[in-house]
Design a protein around this ligand. Structure first.
Ligand code: ARG
Length: 232
């Protein structure tokens, strides 16, 4: 029960960037995806209601810092920098950068990005991966606010390749069979990353959600959600 004696559950404000299929994206006006299902299951387990909003990537982080948001979930890689500013759950998904390019472009590995026009989502590990190859302030890198705009730039040939997370790259390839895109991985250059759910520093929710995550790993619910989005 709450302070007012009611049994209404507390509503948590959750931010995301919902152009990142299959993790979070809009389908007929509804937000859906792996992260959405996972967060809903976690909230249910932990005894909360959630209000998920497509805040966008930068505003999600800003909202966590100002504590206007309680949670951020957006396929967020837990890197050292972000860990300084936010608290994270345990890892819930493994990823690595992948290169997506139009058929006919000569790209086999990360080195081949050099001298090419590369698109990334601004402020993501895809950007950092690309920069590690072509240089941090390279004018060959174009940064887009959303993953959707990044992919549009590839289709309209404003860039020759994009660098994004592997599951998102493969989903894009699958959903756009006629677009003539190919993918390349380079495990010598790009390293494994792990997604975590982000909380404001010091948030008490972190432990509650982490406990719920352990439960979903153990009771098969995580696997069920995983299979729904990745085994078809
Ligand atoms: N995992 C990458 C990162 O944290 C990309 C995440 C982008 N997420 C999104 N919903 N657009 O930098």
């Amino acid at each position: 029960t709450n302070n007012d004696g009611s049994d209404k559950k507390k509503v948590l404000n959750v931010g995301t960037e919902a152009t990142f299929a299959p993790f979070e994206f809009m389908d007929k006006g509804e937000m859906t995806g792996f992260d959405v299902d996972l967060l809903n299951a976690l909230a249910k387990e932990a005894g909360y209601e959630v209000k998920m909003e497509n805040t966008g990537w930068d505003a999600m982080f800003a909202g966590l810092q100002s504590e206007q948001l309680d949670i951020g979930i957006a396929g967020i890689t837990m890197d050292e920098d972000r860990k300084k500013t936010y608290d994270f759950s345990s890892p819930y998904f493994e990823s690595i950068s992948m290169i997506v390019f139009k058929e006919g472009t000569d790209i086999q590995n990360a080195e081949d990005l050099k001298g090419k026009k590369v698109g990334v989502q601004n402020g993501t590990t895809g950007q950092f991966s690309a920069e590690a190859v072509v240089g941090k302030n390279s004018s060959d890198i174009s940064k887009y606010e959303t993953a959707a705009l990044m992919f549009q730039a590839l289709q309209s040939k404003n860039v020759e390749a994009v660098v994004t997370d592997i599951a998102v790259a493969l989903e894009y390839e699958k959903n756009n069979p006629d677009s003539g895109v190919q993918t390349a991985v380079d495990e010598n250059q790009f390293k494994s990353e792990y997604y975590g759910i982000a909380f404001p520093k010091g948030s008490e929710l972190r432990d509650e959600f982490d406990q719920a995550l352990v439960t979903l790993f153990e009771n098969g619910k995580y696997e069920e959600i995983y299979k729904k989005w990745f085994n078809n």
